[in-house]
Design a protein around this ligand. Structure first.
Ligand SMILES: Nc1ncnc2c1ncn2[C@@H]1O[C@H](COP(=O)(O)OP(=O)(O)O)[C@@H](O)[C@H]1O
Ligand SMILES: [Mg+2]
Length: 261
């Protein structure tokens, strides 16, 4: 059940679009890295029935910031992230996400494909026709940004889960990704590994890089510039972290059986 306190005017805040131009299904907006307007996504069952997964979701993430996406299990966080990543096509709505963009999956073992850290970060650069020096320089810079420079020659199978996630993020940075869409990266990690990943992400931001981070860990909110809260396929609230935290704390007891907050 939806709690009316969640939608009171003081905390419900989705800023109006800035100067936007709409072209086909795309919005372009200068100050936001991510903008989704009234996004819906439905699946069709074998019986031909349409089942809504996302309904009328609007989300606006300023450039250069880290925002969290929170909500109970099954509320649609991963689906919204995949729509923003372009992995799923929205059924309705408009969106704009700066490019290049990269989606990083939850399971660290699904991220790394090459035998060594250096080869893995360089893997995605093959398509750019870069000189060897340029590849080397991008790999080193990206590993430095995620605090993994000392591991450049290490076999990836010797890394912890969090280190693998940082290598995956370095791969995205090496490709000069401007938007990182990060889906519950810290779920399988212990506390120190978790902190390593979130600090690495923080260190990459500002300038041209923006991150949207799906999490169920409330303590990660303190690293964020703002947060978006979802329930039942809808964006209920987008706000600063303090306001989100206050509302979530009110609600913890009412849905602690559904969400690990
Ligand atoms: N391809 C699909 N087929 C059927 N149901 C789906 C599919 N993708 C997502 N869902 C359902 O949509 C809801 C939202 O899923 P998801 O986005 O993974 O939620 P979250 O990431 O918040 O846990 C869940 O109830 C899930 O079972
Ligand atoms: Mg998910």
């Amino acid at each position: 059940m939806m709690n009316s306190s969640l939608i009171r005017a003081s905390t419900f805040h989705i800023p109006p679009p800035l100067q936007c131009t709409t072209r086909d299904n795309v919005i372009t907006s200068p100050n936001y890295a991510i903008e989704g307007r009234n996004l819906s996504y439905s699946i069709t069952t074998k019986q031909g029935k349409s089942v809504p997964i996302l309904q009328d979701c609007s989300i606006t993430i300023p450039s250069g910031q880290l925002w969290m996406l929170l909500g109970p299990n099954g509320c649609g966080k991963s689906t919204l992230l995949k729509v923003l990543a372009g992995l799923l096509n929205p059924t309705h709505g408009n969106m704009y996400v700066k490019r290049p963009k990269s989606f990083v999956f939850q399971n660290p073992d699904h991220q790394v494909v090459m035998p060594t850290v250096e080869a893995d970060v360089a893997f995605g650069l093959g398509k750019f026709n870069l000189s060897q020096d340029e590849v080397k320089s991008r790999v080193e810079k990206a590993l430095d940004a995620v605090g993994m420079s000392d591991y450049i020659q290490r076999p990836v199978q010797t890394l912890s889960g969090g280190q693998k996630q940082r290598v995956a993020i370095a791969g995205a940075l090496a490709e000069t990704c401007e938007v990182l869409l990060l889906d519950e990266l810290t779920t399988f990690l212990d506390e120190s590994d978790q902190m390593g990943v979130i600090k690495a992400v923080k260190n990459c931001l500002g300038g041209d890089v923006t991150a949207l981070w799906v999490t169920h860990r409330l303590e990660e909110l303190e690293f964020a510039d703002g947060a978006v809260y979802m329930e039942n396929g809808r964006v209920i609230m987008q706000s600063d972290t303090k306001s989100i935290m206050a509302v979530l704390k009110e609600r913890i007891s009412s849905y602690s059986d559904q969400i690990n907050l």
